[in-house]
Design a protein around this ligand. Structure first.
Ligand code: FMN
Length: 178
């Protein structure tokens, strides 16, 4: 069965390590016959949640007018959701947290996603795990979401350094198997 894959890439860097892993995952998924799209949050105008709680009064409604409306539609429609972040202070980065907070208007409508995390770190396994856990604090809110894998690269500081690691193949294989 062909699945719709949505990759949310939160690195602000053009040649970000986590962003490159997203491209490899997508390449694998497309070769396996799935459709997919990568969204770079840095290319989108997404304001932060102001906590007005209009969406609590009126589910589905958001008081803000920006590009998050389009992303919420894509999120509802996808079968496979890939959340990609660099590690910033042992956890997900600001743009990813901002995106997650703005999901609130469709919180009760989101169902049945297969979820992958893509994580890039200068450090090692411990920061990958703390960052995966920070993403899980969101995805575990949804009983019908199923976590399918964590694709990570460690020991990379500079942009594009992931290209010299085996994480590239892991990301591609995970996409193919999605
Ligand atoms: C503000 C900031 C905080 C960071 N904090 C950590 C950290 O706590 N642990 C770590 O291993 N790497 C940390 N890093 C390094 C990045 O995770 C690393 O450079 C990663 O490869 C960036 O991924 P990207 O290229 O996808 O943006 C930090 C980088 C920045 C800019």
């Amino acid at each position: 069965m062909s699945k719709k894959t949505l990759l949310i890439s939160s690195s602000p860097r053009c040649e970000g390590n986590s962003d490159i892993l997203c491209d490899e995952f997508l390449r694998g998924a497309q070769e396996a016959g799935h459709t997919g799209e990568k969204i770079r949050l840095a290319d989108k105008e997404i304001h932060y949640c102001t906590g007005c709680c209009a969406c609590i009064q009126r589910p589905g409604f958001c008081a803000q007018q920006d590009e998050m409306a389009e992303l919420r539609e894509k999120l509802l429609a996808c079968d496979v959701l890939v959340l990609a972040t660099p590690v910033y202070f042992h956890a997900l980065n600001g743009p990813m947290k901002n995106f997650i907070d703005r999901v609130c208007p469709i919180y009760t409508e989101l169902k049945n996603k297969e979820v992958y995390f893509v994580i890039a770190a200068a450090g090692g396994a411990a920061v990958v795990e703390s960052t995966a856990q920070s993403l899980r604090l969101f995805t575990d809110c949804f009983d019908s979401f199923r976590e399918k894998g964590v694709i990570s690269v460690t020991g990379v500081w500079g942009e594009g350094e992931v290209k010299r690691t085996s994480a590239i193949q892991h990301a591609y294989q995970a996409g193919r198997a999605a």
